[in-house]
Each structure stands twice: as structure tokens, then as C-alpha cells.
Design a protein around this ligand. Structure first.
Ligand code: SAM
Ligand code: SF4
Length: 334
């Protein structure tokens, strides 16, 4: 069997993959209406990767040149013993960055331990500062708990904290200025995300609630001076600096500004599927690979290298069609 050295993850279009996003659970204490249906059936334990399996796969990726790992979900902080996993990944010297995406509901209790586990940066989802709207969007979330979580994360001192806000017309689109003002007051960053058609949801018609990044920029222009930033974070967002503040505003625009040509990432789903693109189903079953070939790191790495050949050129989202992608964001590593 071949030995695979680092920096081997290059796809057919010459894109280098050095970023892995891992969904460690499909479960969540919220039921955000753009992410999940109200009634969700979660996967049985035997079907999801164990923490040891996730660690092994993350190790294979770093040996192949991956420099950044984001742990996400579902809500990553509801997975039992997730801190054990983060502590292990955090000691991997080949990695430049271990980062996390969370809904913030467990940060008061866990932020200190996350920092100790060498989580560098943290993204916290927050779509509104209005308590009633927050309840309506998350269905089960508690705004005060999330705000307290953001405060705790600031005290602990992560390198960077960023708010993620999915904006829906007639749900929270009137909140964009308040959200940026909040980020400015907290001296943190914020990204606005256009909703993606992943999985069947039963609350709204995604075409009707679409609110583009350009509309958000227009709304912000009357209150803030946004200066285009040349800084790249290795993500799909286009960033602007809010003049005379420490805050950057990002726009993740899968519909209005395709970013696929710069894609540097792949995702590991909670079931152990290596997903080559968020908006396509091209994948490889790594759970099968590691369960059928226990301890064979070289074979695992070979499969991962081969998988790069099926990374699609770009996503094709169409909000007017029934979702083609049936998996919800929570299983995917969004
Ligand atoms: N539970 C954590 C959270 O909410 O931050 C991590 C997982 S969540 C799936 C990751 C990100 O995906 C969140 O910022 C969420 O707002 C976003 N998201 C979920 N469903 C989405 C969708 N259909 N379109 C765009 N973004 C979505
Ligand atoms: Fe849970 Fe995050 Fe999905 Fe909301 S977006 S339901 S917090 S996984």
C-alpha cells in the first residue's frame, strides 16, 4: 500500500482542500425553522460515528494536509463527551486551527473548557435580538441563554467570535441593522447567510422568504459605512469592515454570488459520509471504510485522496424547485 505524504488533497479543478468540517451529531436543542422540520427523527447511535472514529478520520485528514477543522452539527455541544474529542483534536500539531460553530446555548457552562481544548475561534448563530422572533425562529431556543453564552465566550477570550445570521424575508429581515449594531457594541464579527434549500422543511416556502445579500447591504448602507476588506478568512464570505469599529460584516451568498471556484473544504457527516460539496450528493462512505479495515490508516488516506476526483465543480441551488438535497443542514456539517 502506498504511503501518502501531506498536501495531497487537490481536486480535478485544481482546488486544494485544506479545511474539514465535521458534524459530530445530528441532534440539537433548537429546531430552527430553516434547518429542521418541527418533528425530526434523529439517527440511532449505531449509525453515527463514534468519537474515536471521528478522531481517526480527522487524523487522516491532517496527515493529508488539512490545516483547519470546524466542529459543528446539529448542536455540537449536546454530544456527550464532545470535549474529549476536541481536546484530542486540539493537540494535533499539524493543525493550524480548531474552530467551532454552535447555537450558543451551552457556552455559559462550556466556553472555558472549549478554550482549554484549544478551540481558537467560535461562530455563534443568532438571527434576531427580539425575544419573540427568536422563539419563533428557533422554536425551542432561549435568547437570554444565547446572549449570556456570547458574553461568556467574550470573557474567555477566543481569538475571534462571529455571529452567523440566516436572514429570511418577513421573519427577521428588519433586524439586520440591530444585529450589526450588536456586533459593533460587542466588538465581534457577523456574517449574513442566504438560506440554502437543504432538506424538506414544513414552515415556509424558501423562494418566498429569500432575502439577498444585496438587499441586506442596501439596508445596512443607511446606518453603517461598510468598507470592502481584502482580508481572506479561507471561507465563502465576502467581508467588509464597519468603519471606525473592530467589526467585520460578512456575506455568504450561495444564490447571489457563487463562491465555489474558491472552495477549499469537504464535510464529514454524522454518519461518516465524506461529502464533497454541500449542494451535491457526491460522497464516500468513510464509516464503511474504517469499520471494514480497522487500523488501516494508509487505506483510509488513499480513499480520501481518491474521493477528491468526484468533488463537483459547484452547487446548483434552485429555490423554486422542491429540494433536490434531502439531507438537512444538521446532519451535514453546516
Ligand atoms: N447548531 C449550530 C449552529 O446553529 O450554529 C451548528 C450547526 S448549524 C447547521 C450551522 C449553521 O448553519 C448555522 O449558522 C445555521 O444558521 C446555518 N444553517 C442551518 N440551516 C441552514 C440553511 N438551510 N441555509 C443556510 N444556513 C443554514
Ligand atoms: Fe440546531 Fe443549529 Fe440547526 Fe438551529 S441551525 S436547529 S441550532 S443545528
Amino acid at each position: 500500500m502506498n504511503n501518502f505524504s501531506s498536501s495531497q488533497l487537490i481536486d480535478r479543478f485544481g482546488r486544494k482542500v485544506d479545511y474539514l468540517r465535521i458534524s459530530v451529531t445530528d441532534r440539537c436543542d433548537f429546531r430552527c425553522l430553516y434547518c429542521m422540520a418541527e418533528e425530526m427523527t434523529f439517527l440511532p447511535r449505531a449509525q453515527i460515528l463514534t468519537l474515536e472514529e471521528i478522531y481517526t478520520i480527522s487524523q487522516a485528514f491532517t496527515e493529508l494536509g488539512v490545516k483547519k477543522i470546524r466542529v459543528t452539527g446539529g448542536e455540537p455541544l449536546v454530544r456527550k463527551d464532545v470535549l474529549t474529542l476536541l481536546n484530542k483534536i486540539g493537540t494535533n500539531l499539524a493543525l493550524n486551527e480548531l474552530v467551532l460553530t454552535t447555537n450558543g446555548s451551552h457556552l455559559v457552562q462550556m466556553a472555558t473548557a472549549l478554550k482549554k481544548a484549544k478551540v481558537k475561534r467560535i461562530n455563534i448563530s443568532l438571527d434576531t435580538l427580539n425575544i419573540t422572533k427568536f422563539k419563533a425562529i428557533t422554536r425551542t431556543g432561549d435568547l437570554q441563554q444565547v446572549l449570556a453564552g456570547i458574553e461568556k465566550a467574550k470573557q474567555v477570550g477566543f481569538e475571534r467570535i462571529k455571529i452567523n445570521a440566516v436572514i429570511l424575508k418577513n421573519r427577521n429581515h428588519t433586524e439586520v441593522c440591530d444585529l450589526v449594531q450588536f456586533a459593533v457594541d460587542q466588538a465581534i464579527d457577523i456574517s449574513f447567510i442566504e438560506e440554502m434549500p437543504l432538506g424538506i422543511i414544513n414552515h415556509h416556502n424558501r423562494a418566498e422568504t429569500y432575502y439577498s445579500s444585496d438587499l441586506i447591504k442596501k439596508d445596512l448602507a443607511s446606518h453603517f459605512s461598510l468598507i470592502p476588506s481584502i482580508e481572506k478568512t479561507g471561507g465563502p464570505a465576502n467581508y467588509y469592515n464597519v468603519a471606525a469599529t473592530k467589526t467585520r460584516v460578512g456575506f455568504i451568498s450561495p444564490h447571489s454570488a457563487n463562491f465555489c471556484h474558491t472552495c477549499n473544504r469537504v464535510r464529514l457527516t454524522v454518519e461518516g459520509r465524506l461529502l464533497l460539496c454541500l449542494g451535491n450528493e457526491h460522497s464516500v462512505d468513510l464509516k464503511h471504510v474504517i469499520r471494514a479495515n480497522p487500523g488501516d490508516m494508509n487505506y483510509l488516506k488513499q480513499v480520501i485522496v481518491e474521493a477528491m476526483k468526484i468533488k463537483p465543480k459547484q452547487h446548483e441551488f434552485n429555490l423554486n424547485e422542491h429540494p433536490v438535497i434531502l439531507r438537512h443542514m444538521n446532519t451535514t456539517g453546516g
